[in-house]
Write a new protein. Structure first.
Length: 701
């Protein structure tokens, strides 16, 4: 405890201590905020969510710092998920770049804008592993794999916080939702989670562990329950696992209204019991509800809670504020905000990140000729709102550049919307077909609206909405080449539209500079390099079970054998595998070498592979390294990603990709939660996706 924190703790009344645990959202408005400001002067507001008005932030902060007894500043937080004003690609799409350094840069840019505007805390990154595309919040994370999830969790925390979170251009990260939220039953938001503790350790925890090791100052508890215990009331999750085992030293905040929801879960008889449960579990700050405000004093006075428990939470909150530097710099900096918000540098970074976050899934025709006359069709083509995507913070649609706006600067374009996302209206088909007939090539931009992706937007049906597929069928009749750009915040079923198109590009919402990025790809100024960080589903039934690192079974799927793990009326395999992504060029893998074929537990697996660019374009390739544990005491996945690298390879040239993987990283947590490095045979698989690999054996002794 610093001298400042100790001094404050010694002076605080019970009411003021309770006030430090309140993340309130009372709807401040400049003209009508005197009632709320009085709460601030009384010390009954510690942090404030979703405030984006710089002048109001400073007005509230003045009441806290200059007009309250203790002068403790407020921390303003908001969901800076993929940008503040300059909007970058949604996290699911940005992760497809396989460039953690890029994700760190975009998080740092978002932090600069937010901090200048007085926002010093983001409720991000979301680091939940998600393998069920029915879950709407899959868009906020890094996909289905715990290794890449951990790599990007670390990068995003470092981007938001830097080496010194108290710096004026940094904000506090808040990895969420602890823990297992991506595995809610049926992919339905706020639902229950049942999983073995071994799965929790092996799949769910790696990104949280990485975020904690990167220095995350806060963590958010989750809405749901795990194995019958609500996360927000679980001392085992928050005290034993997060704090003791993972070594987290920061502050835990509840998700919005999660504390009173302990009553709804049926694990607390009333709000007083919910208050006691959450505080004992280690939840330091109550987001949005009034439970802590209304119930802590009574619990302290009646002996239901000790002052020690309260003081511990207050100390963590004050330490959090001190680490953020808000005591020294409480106010928003208007001059700095005007300089950095939507700056030229940030827009250039947004374009760079966008172009690297689009995967080429099918290739025949691209890139376009410079003089090509283009029929631009589809509800995504000139829709600024859709470029913002889910959780777009303070992004303004007017700042976005659509594909239509960018494309008409490059070549002759005839635009026709064709249809809406979800409507059955086909009246726009005729205009779209007429446009196509007048042009050399069709660029159709279709997909899922952001209105059906995100929190509270779980979907049973992952197929293309409305009449978009029918529109593409009509366009196909023109016999013009079709370039299909698919945009979605989740993996979707693309089987039919994939077959109708000559080329297919896939991405999530790309943000402020999305239109320019698509043009860079269409005209070949950038050669696509992104890879899927999820398995693209073939049908609704198999969507949540097609993740690449599934367990081995005694009767694995085999299309030639009836008595195996399958459906008799649907294919169990994904439409496209994890890690898949094409290029305008062609990469071939050869000469896989392992430096030492027999390794001890404390050694490092060193391997290399030659990758040749056999095509006519310079391009970047993401080389992926997978490991299979052939024999273990517990069943193991068929393969697991353990390393990746991305390099530029000039046309006709070959690059050597070299990897070093500590043998200790090949282990796993067994049923008793012991970390096991087992001797035996392993298979090394290296390639451009999880399915198409070249392999070699090695052993651990």
């Amino acid at each position: 405890m610093s001298e400042r924190v100790k001094n404050l703790m010694d002076r605080m009344t019970l009411k003021q201590k309770i006030g430090q645990l309140l993340l309130r959202g009372d709807g401040f408005v400049i003209e009508k905020c005197e009632v709320q400001l009085e709460k601030v002067r009384e010390g009954m507001v510690s942090a404030h969510p979703d405030m984006d008005d710089l002048e109001v932030i400073n007005q509230i902060q003045k009441a806290a710092v200059e007009e309250s007894e203790l002068g403790i500043p407020i921390v303003f937080g908001i969901d800076v998920v993929h940008g503040y004003k300059t909007i970058f690609p949604i996290p699911l799409s940005e992760t497809m770049s396989f460039e953690p350094k890029l994700a760190q840069e975009t998080a740092a840019a978002a932090a600069r804008e937010a901090a200048a505007c007085g926002v010093k805390w983001t409720y991000a990154p979301m680091v939940d592993i998600a393998r069920n595309p029915h879950w709407g919040r899959i868009c906020e994370g890094a996909g289905e794999d715990p290794y890449i999830g951990a790599v990007f969790a670390r990068a995003r925390v470092k981007g938001f916080q830097g080496d010194d979170p108290s710096a004026p251009d940094r904000i506090a990260a808040c990895p969420k939702h602890f823990a297992g939220y991506g595995f809610v039953e049926g992919g339905r938001d706020y639902n229950t989670v049942e999983m073995s503790e071994a799965k929790l350790y092996n799949v769910v925890l790696p990104p949280f562990r990485a975020a904690v090791e990167a220095g995350a100052l806060s963590v958010m508890s989750a809405f749901h329950d795990v194995n019958g215990e609500p996360c927000t009331g679980s001392s085992w999750l928050l005290n034993d696992l997060l704090r003791k085992e993972l070594g987290f030293k920061g502050m835990v905040v509840s998700d919005c209204y999660a504390i009173p929801e302990l009553v709804v879960h049926g694990c607390a008889e009333d709000e007083k019991a919910a208050c006691r449960s959450a505080l004992l579990a280690g939840v330091d700050m109550d987001m949005a509800s009034s439970v802590y405000r209304d119930k802590i004093a009574e619990l302290i006075e009646t002996g239901g809670l000790s002052m020690e428990v309260l003081d511990r939470a207050v100390e963590r909150v004050l330490n959090f504020k001190e680490a953020l530097g808000v005591f020294e710099r409480p106010y928003a900096d208007k001059a700095l905000a005007e300089k950095v918000v939507l700056s030229k540098e940030h827009k250039e970074l947004a374009r760079k990140s966008a172009v690297r976050s689009v995967a080429l899934l099918k290739h025949k025709y691209l890139p376009l000729k410079k003089d090509a006359k283009v029929a631009l069709i589809g509800p995504m083509s000139d829709n600024k709102e859709e470029l913002l995507g889910e959780w777009c913070c303070n992004g303004n649609a007017d700042d976005c550049v659509t594909l239509y706006e960018a494309l008409k600067k490059e070549t002759e374009v005839i635009y026709a919307k064709g249809c809406d996302f979800s409507s059955d209206d086909v009246s726009g088909f005729k205009e779209a077909v007429n446009a196509a007939k007048q042009c050399d090539v069709i660029v159709a931009m279709l997909g899922q609206s952001r209105e059906i992706c995100g929190e509270g937007k779980s979907r049973a049906n992952l197929e293309m909405t409305g009449v978009q597929t029918q529109l593409l069928q009509e366009l196909k009749k023109t016999r013009k080449p079709i370039i299909l750009i698919l945009v979605s915040g989740r993996p979707i079923i693309i089987n039919d539209v994939y077959e109708l198109a000559d080329d297919v590009l896939f991405s999530g919402a790309l943000g402020t500079m999305g239109g320019f990025a698509y043009c860079d790809l269409l005209f070949g100024r950038y050669n696509p390099s992104a890879k899927l960080v999820f398995s693209m589903p073939r049908n609704n039934t198999s969507a949540e079970t097609t993740y690449y690192s599934h367990k081995r079974t005694g009767r694995p799927f085999n299309p030639e054998i009836p008595w195996c793990s399958r459906w008799i009326d649907a294919c169990v395999e994904p439409f496209l595998p994890f890690g898949f992504g094409l290029s305008y060029s062609k990469f071939t893998y050869s000469d896989l070498r392992i430096e030492k074929k027999q390794l001890s537990m404390d050694e490092i697996l060193r391997c290399s592979v030659a990758v040749e660019n056999a095509g006519g374009y310079d391009g970047e390739e993401v080389t992926q390294v997978y490991i299979t544990d052939v024999t273990a005491k517990n069943t193991r996945p068929v393969k697991e990603l353990k390393a990746f690298d991305k390099k530029m390879i000039k046309a006709g040239e070959t690059e050597i990709f070299a990897f070093e993987i500590p043998v200790k990283c090949l282990g796993y947590y067994d049923r008793e939660l012991n970390y096991c490095n087992e001797p035996g045979k392993y298979i090394l698989s290296v390639g451009g996706n999880s399915k198409e690999c070249i392999c070699a054996d090695f052993s651990v002794i």
